[in-house]
Design a protein around this ligand. Structure first.
Ligand code: IPM
Ligand code: MG
Length: 356
């Protein structure tokens, strides 16, 4: 197969980990007889520095014409001035919106080899395997906002809006994914307080009753969910929720396996290219040191192979290679727990060696 891939290295450790994942894709292409073409484009802080815009039009155009996109990370202290005209994060939010990537899949899976990396007791996390569906192009992150004055005090507001079709499409995707897993879906909202959550709850309930009566379905309030994730994470299969709740809960859940450095994510829309990235950020404190963990981005490239290119065997091969290097005892600093650690490059090469 021929595929046209856009790389968006971004900021901080982004370029290092995307390079690592690209080497893995190259080896996959060679071993399985595919031809991948790569176009590197600007996004985030580096795009602000070079063009003044965190998402130059050229990047949007290249992404639109691609089969899939692999992103590193955006942001860093250099662009953190709250009064700046624009921010790196705006580029990420906009590319999601421009490409209609309304579904963010975040799998939270334990690696047996890293069982002792979790901050939770082994008996609590054992068997944890959750697939989050975070709504990604609506809700409060895209709501109308502004600043003004209330009772003579400076104030600010941001509104949360969801429409029925926005809820329907993400619930459908999540329910379909549940059917391919353990057939259980949990919807998370704050329907006891928020109007958009009440719309979310009734819409989700209707979609589930009409279209997925076979899927075991329940609802949980977001504050309770924050608790359950720590207390009984192994009880959940697929979880669907809105943009902000999903942002927060997936960062919380990412700690269950012990390191943010291991977790990939996929952002998908209706057809069109998907965008794949690690869950973690740009880690400016370790940027350029060559010690970042490339495995989340490598696992994101496996998701890219599976979801955008339909190359399931190839995706599984990458995932197995990652498992094998962990079984061999290789660890980057973030998962070494004080023991010996290897560089980004050595970790990446170990994965490609398993694949070659
Ligand atoms: C994420 C990030 C982004 C988000 C930021 C960088 C805009 O936290 O992908 O979870 O909130 O969506
Ligand atoms: Mg986040």
């Amino acid at each position: 197969m021929k595929a046209n891939l856009v790389l968006l290295p971004g900021d901080g450790i982004g370029p290092e980990i995307v390079e690592s994942a690209k080497s893995v894709l190259e080896v996959v292409a060679k071993r399985f007889g595919h031809e991948f073409q790569y176009t590197s484009c600007l996004i985030g802080g580096i795009a602000i520095d070079e063009t003044g815009d965190p998402l130059p039009q050229e990047t949007v155009d290249a992404c639109r014409q691609s089969d899939a996109i692999l992103l590193g990370a955006v942001g860093g202290p250099k662009w953190d001035d709250p009064n700046a005209k624009t921010r790196p994060e705006a580029g990420l939010l906009r590319i999601r919106k421009e490409l209609g990537l309304f579904a963010n899949l975040r799998p939270i899976k334990m690696f047996d080899e890293l069982a002792d990396a979790s901050p939770l007791r082994p008996d609590i996390i054992k068997g944890t395997d959750i697939l989050f569906f975070r709504e990604l192009t609506g809700g409060i992150y895209f709501g109308q906002s502004g600043t003004g004055e209330v009772d003579g005090h400076e104030s600010a507001y941001q509104s949360m809006v969801y429409s029925v079709p926005e809820v329907e499409r993400i619930v459908r995707l999540a329910a379909k994914a549940a059917q391919g897993r353990d057939n259980r879906l949990t919807s998370v909202d704050k329907a006891n307080v928020l109007e958009p959550s009440r719309l979310w709850r009734r819409t989700a309930a209707r979609v589930m009753a009409d279209e997925f009566p076979d899927v075991q379905y329940d609802v949980v309030l977001v504050d309770a969910m924050a608790m359950h994730l720590i207390n009984r994470p192994a009880d959940f299969d697929v979880v669907v929720t809105g943009n902000m709740f999903g942002d927060i809960l997936t960062d919380e859940a990412s700690m269950l396996p012990g390191s943010l450095g291991m977790l990939p994510s996929a952002s998908l829309g209706d057809g069109g290219p998907g965008l794949y990235e690690p869950i973690h950020g740009s880690a400016p404190d370790i940027a350029g040191k060559g010690i970042a963990n490339p495995l989340a981005t490598i696992l994101a490239s496996a998701m890219l192979l599976r979801h955008s290119l339909d190359l399931n065997e190839e995706a599984s091969a990458v995932e197995s290679a990652v498992q094998e290097v962990l079984a061999d005892g290789l660890r980057t600093a973030d998962i070494a727990r004080g023991g010996d650690s290897v560089s980004t490059e050595v970790m990446g090469q170990a994965v490609t060696a398993k694949l070659a």
